[in-house]
Design a protein around this ligand. Structure first.
Ligand SMILES: [Zn+2]
Length: 93
């Protein structure tokens, strides 16, 4: 039944839109603060500075800013992590 409900919620979201009335409290993960809609699962980004939700433009800007940070997370693909352009050059170079 939960699968059927999920599908119905998905279709409702696609065709009618979700009003996102049932949200979790804002929480922060990896420098991003957002609430999650309990109906459709959408992440609603939220600013702790302005105490309101972010617009699509603000979300893009936040993602761009976060992407510029150095991340020391292990890569699942085994490829080396991105090296920031401002990284210090090795002495032997
Ligand atoms: Zn929703």
């Amino acid at each position: 039944m939960s699968v059927v409900r999920a599908i119905l919620n998905f279709l409702y979201e696609v065709f009618l839109g979700c009003s996102h009335q049932h949200l979790t409290r804002p929480f922060t993960l990896q420098n991003e603060t957002y609430m999650v809609c309990l109906d459709c699962g959408k992440q609603i980004y939220y600013s702790t500075e302005t105490m309101r939700t972010l617009s699509a433009r603000e979300v893009r800007r936040m993602h761009a800013a976060n992407a510029g940070e150095v991340r020391l997370m292990p890569s699942l693909t085994g490829r080396p992590a991105l090296i920031p352009t401002r990284a210090r050059k090795p002495d032997a170079a």
